[in-house]
Design a binder for this molecule. Structure first.
Ligand SMILES: CC(C)(COP(=O)(O)OP(=O)(O)OC[C@H]1O[C@@H](n2cnc3c(N)ncnc32)[C@H](O)[C@@H]1OP(=O)(O)O)[C@@H](O)C(=O)NCCC(=O)NCCS
Length: 209
């Protein structure tokens, strides 16, 4: 991979999850950036913090390169469309447009999950203290999820919280909706897999059965 480094990858039952190091200090310049379209460049220019801009650009270049290699076309020709709340998908005009993907970034890591024909969602978080975790859990987790979280000992609380949180985000991203619309998701419809994209991070990927 050019300019960004693959940390790890898992492939299970048609699901591929690629974790990439994002170096926010390093400018992704030169030919790789030429694959971004005008809208992506405008979005990058609109990001005020240079590190956010570089992380977005590096992730989008990688996404284009990975999708292009699957489709057998140049990265600049990958055409994306967006759902009502911003979920990106391959345009129906693309070959193999049933290839589903999902992207997440946290700190210096980006993850791209790919699945053919099955909706996929991924979310990662750095394992860092979340002072409001108990309040968020009480507000956002289902009764059974909250019960399981509340039963954890203090040393397991943070990872327990982030595990639930990334699962909710992953499902919401697979569905293309906000967390508030998640109330009706059926757990039995999804294969859920927790993973560690890099030490110090936690991730969950979900694929619709
Ligand atoms: C999309 C969302 C899950 C992002 O989560 P996050 O933890 O902040 O960011 P992540 O790095 O994990 O994910 C970002 C990626 O999710 C994807 N994404 C964006 N909107 C999405 C959506 N509605 N559904 C699925 N995926 C989405 C994009 O690939 C994005 O990558 P990009 O910034 O390189 O384009 C979160 O903002 C959300 O719930 N949005 C739903 C839409 C919504 O409620 N909008 C409120 C508008 S008022």
């Amino acid at each position: 991979m050019d300019k960004v480094d693959l940390i790890s990858g898992i492939t299970v039952d048609g699901l591929e999850v690629l974790a990439i190091t994002l170096d926010a200090e390093r400018n992704v310049i030169g030919e790789t950036v030429l694959c971004l379209n005008d809208e992506e460049r405008r979005r990058a220019e609109g990001l005020r913090r240079g590190s956010d801009r570089r992380r977005f650009v590096a992730t989008r270049v990688q996404l284009r390169q990975i999708l292009a290699s699957k489709l057998g076309i140049p990265p600049s020709e990958v055409e994306l469309v967006y759902g009502r709340l911003g979920k990106p998908r391959l345009s129906p005009r693309m070959p193999a447009h049933d290839l589903c993907f999902s992207v997440s970034r946290s700190g210096d890591v980006a993850v791209i999950a790919l699945s053919s024909g099955h909706e996929v969602g991924v979310d990662i978080e750095a394992v860092l203290p979340v002072p409001e975790a108990d309040e968020i859990a009480a507000l956002c987790f289902s009764a059974s999820e909250y019960g399981a979280y509340a039963a954890l000992g203090p040393e397991d609380r943070l990872e327990g919280f982030l595990g639930h949180w990334t699962r909710m985000e992953a499902v919401s991203k697979a569905l293309g909706c906000g967390l508030g619309q998640l109330l009706s998701w059926q757990e039995s419809d999804w294969a859920v897999r927790r993973f560690v994209p890099k030490p110090g991070y936690i991730g969950t990927v979900v694929v619709r059965n």
